[in-house]
Design a protein around this ligand. Sequence first.
Ligand code: C2E
Ligand code: MG
Ligand code: MG
Ligand code: MG
Length: 292
Amino acid sequence: YAAKAKRNTAVIFDEASFAQRLEQNRLAAALAFAADRDEFVVYYQQKVDLLTSRHLGFEALVRWRHPQLGILPPGRFLPLMEGHLIQAMTRCIVNTVGRDLKAWKAAGLRAGSVAINLPEALLVSQDGYDLIAAAVKANGLDWRDFAIEVTEDVFLNRGAEQIAETISRFRKHGVSVSLDDFGTGFASLVHLRDFPFDELKIDRSFVAEIGKDIRSEQIIRAIIDLARNLGKRCVAEGIEEEAQRGFLMTAGCDIGQGYLFAKPEPASAAVERLAQNPLAVRGKSGRITQGP
Ligand code: C2E
Ligand code: MG
Ligand code: MG
Ligand code: MG
């Protein structure tokens, strides 16, 4: 009895975290059905030319339309997901993006490429590659209609070599590969030297410090120079203020993403935005010119 009482006391004492854990368990249980019930939604956020704000492409960002709680951001549910669920979710996203791209093309819209955030589990195996290959085929798309984003954590994986191989296969088809959240993870300079990629994305935690923390500003400058010297594109994420845009442009970054330009939004809103701000065209010189 004493032991039981003790346990009860512990539970009562820790009521808040207990309730939280219960909530997490409920979410995790519901997540198991989310893919089958078609509850994953794709939001699109523009990538733009910093100088002109012209459209360059989209990033696909998942949301979960929970039957009771409404639209949930990935921070609420990605940490609760494991192997096969992540795979099922990614399949939903890639399929949705494929269908949207097809519809946009049919409507005469050019969206540029849509970047998929591919988790490492789908890069160690061929699954991520196969998913995108299937979407390209099923919807009559070009490989280049897709781009992929991977985080630095892939370098921690024991299958890092396998991942690099998968990524090389993508790149052979002209699919652009971004190293996401750069500067916050585990990429070393050796990785930057050996890893096949096209674009560095400066993490938004650095961008948020522009005008506030001189060291963050210096790091951003160094990342931009590093990208440029390696012959890679540089993209800044999380741009919310005009002053941040100005700093980044002066430092030599020419592509950006952030609330200043567009929030992630459902396909219908993204399409409207695209119609009003058509794709910018990169000339042979690499300079961005006015789209049609
Ligand atoms: P990420 O790939 O680095 O995506 C950028 C995040 O920054 C997005 O958060 C986006 O909504 C947010 N963001 C963009 N501009 C601004 C801004 O100006 N201000 C602020 N405060 N935030 C901005 P989101 O959509 O919540 O996604 C968070 C992370 O979840 C993503 O980071 C990515 O790592 C992961 N994620 C999102 N969608 C997917 C997906 O489809 N598959 C996988 N595997 N991961 C995903
Ligand atoms: Mg990303
Ligand atoms: Mg990012
Ligand atoms: Mg990020």
